[in-house]
Design a protein around this ligand. Structure first.
Ligand code: PRP
Length: 183
């Protein structure tokens, strides 16, 4: 829940559309086709990185033309602190056996790259035969460690975005489009 000081800040913020719902739908339809073409015939697990990616996950798998199992992982949030150490704590572990399977890690956004790098390493250590990554948004200019996702919905400049799963103090996740939050 947003604190009182957050509520005061929010009252002064402007929200402007960056990526519309129609643009999101069109891009995810393309991604669903591309991902299905790559994984058709294999046993695929779509692994959602909680919490923000749940919106992208559910739209993406419904845009795919193949069967896909779902699993979930949650890693520590940096909050307002951004550590360069790359230490990421697993808060919730996936449940499915990944040995010999294909795993598509599904993120809402890659910023510093720390979370995705650690999740990728962790899933490889669980014996997956193939690990690929899909992110709804990518901020390549914000990287602290190198990481390139296999599938990127939209590449954006560093700016504070909300909606379609992305939050500010747990608010705004259910806005159906991507907006820029600015003063
Ligand atoms: C956000 C986002 C990614 C991560 C990206 O998660 O969902 O997991 O930060 O940042 P990075 O590339 O700098 O590691 P957050 O911890 O805010 O959790 P949430 O999805 O529950 O909002």
């Amino acid at each position: 829940m947003a604190s009182e000081s957050n509520a005061m800040i929010l009252a002064q913020m402007a929200q402007t559309t960056l990526i519309s719902r129609a643009q999101i739908d069109a891009r995810i339809a393309e991604m669903g086709r591309e991902i299905s073409a790559e994984f058709e015939g294999s046993e695929l697990i779509a692994l959602c990185v909680l919490k923000g990616a749940v919106f992208f996950l559910t739209d993406l798998v419904r845009a795919m033309s193949m069967d896909v199992a779902l699993d979930f992982i949650q890693v520590s949030s940096y909050g307002n602190q951004k550590y360069s150490s790359g230490v990421v704590t697993i808060l919730k572990e996936p449940q499915l056996d990944m040995h010999g399977k294909s795993v598509l890690i599904v993120e809402d956004i890659i910023d510093s790259g720390l979370s995705m790098r650690e999740v990728h390493r962790y899933i490889e250590s669980r014996g997956a035969a193939k690990v690929k990554t899909a992110t709804f948004l990518d901020k390549p200019k914000a990287r602290k460690v190198e990481f390139q996702a296999d599938y990127v919905g939209f590449s954006i400049d560093p700016m504070f975005v909300i909606g379609y799963g992305l939050d500010f103090a747990e608010k705004y996740r259910n806005i159906p489009e991507v907006q820029v939050l600015s003063e």
